[in-house]
Design a binder for this molecule. Structure first.
Ligand code: MG
Length: 286
């Protein structure tokens, strides 16, 4: 009488969006869409994309409609009801505490003396996300150390996230509140919505998903993830004592395979036996 409910949290690019080099089973996304329509499922997208880019991807790839979206690498959370996006003010207040009342503008001014730091486009900024380009030939370590000490002087509790945009051949630096991460965003929603620990599943594919993949949250790494990331995730989950909370989807473990959306469904099959009958109604299963 009390069907198992599930907060299904998933990364987008190369996790449910098949924009990697591996093939996607043609039934994978239709089955995921059918599964997410079930009343027991609340779907959460957890992504580095900003709102417009999420909406674009939902249209282009015919993705299921989410109930919540954690965007901009964890700095914004939206509830989506009948197509209307409502940002969580409580989440903004929560992460604002890290910046001790300092604004995006305050931080931008403080960091302006370093001309190597080129501010990214307005669409890539948000109240609590300050994003820069940094040429790959710049002295990254000394610049990051300078940024770190500058933020410390302001009393700001920030994390610096460095990555490389390989197609564009440029470095990317995000300055974020320390607690504005994918992991904290998911924990916030879990608590707000009253889900037990065994009613949450996360799916991801790459480096910025690692903190969630190796946390106590039950998580699936889709089969199309790189070999290196699989090794790293397994090792870190082991070090954290979370071997059982990490599942690596396999191409040959499930009729739909384990790439992208099929990997997500495989993870649900693995972690949520109570939902297997529902899965069996919509997808070919083992
Ligand atoms: Mg991804």
């Amino acid at each position: 009488m009390n069907p198992e409910k599930l907060l299904l949290c998933t990364d987008m690019d190369r996790t449910i969006i098949p924009n990697g080099s591996q093939p996607e089973h043609p039934a994978a996304r239709p089955c995921l869409r059918a599964f997410c329509q079930r009343p027991e499922i609340q779907l959460v997208y957890v992504t580095g994309r900003h709102r417009e880019l999420v909406q674009q991807a939902m249209l282009s790839y015919e993705l299921p409609a989410p109930d919540f979206v954690i965007t901009d690498v964890g700095t914004r959370i939206y509830q989506v009801v009948a197509g209307k996006w409502q940002e969580s003010a409580l989440w903004q207040q929560t992460i604002a505490a890290d910046w001790r009342g300092r604004s995006h503008e305050d931080l931008r001014k403080a960091l302006s003396p370093r001309s190597e730091l080129g501010l990214q486009e307005a669409s890539k900024q948000s109240n609590f996300k300050l994003s820069y380009y940094l040429p790959l030939d710049a002295d990254k370590d000394s610049i990051l150390a300078w940024v770190e000490s500058c933020l410390q002087q302001l009393g700001v509790n920030a994390s610096l996230v460095w990555s490389i945009d390989e197609p564009e051949n440029i470095g990317l630096l995000d300055v974020l509140p320390r607690n504005a991460t994918k992991l904290h965003g998911i924990e916030f929603l879990q608590q707000q919505l009253g889900y037990r620990h065994d009613q949450v599943i996360f799916a991801g594919d790459s480096g910025n998903d690692l903190p969630v993949l190796v946390s106590p949250i039950r998580a699936v790494l889709v089969a199309n993830a790189s070999k290196e990331l699989k090794l790293q995730a397994r090792q870190l989950a082991h070090e954290n004592g979370q071997d059982d909370a990490l599942y690596l989807a396999e191409e040959n473990n499930f009729p739909l395979g384990g790439n992208y959306a099929a990997g997500v469904l495989q993870g649900v099959w693995h972690f949520a036996p109570a939902l297997r009958p529902q899965l069996q109604q919509i997808a070919p299963t083992p």
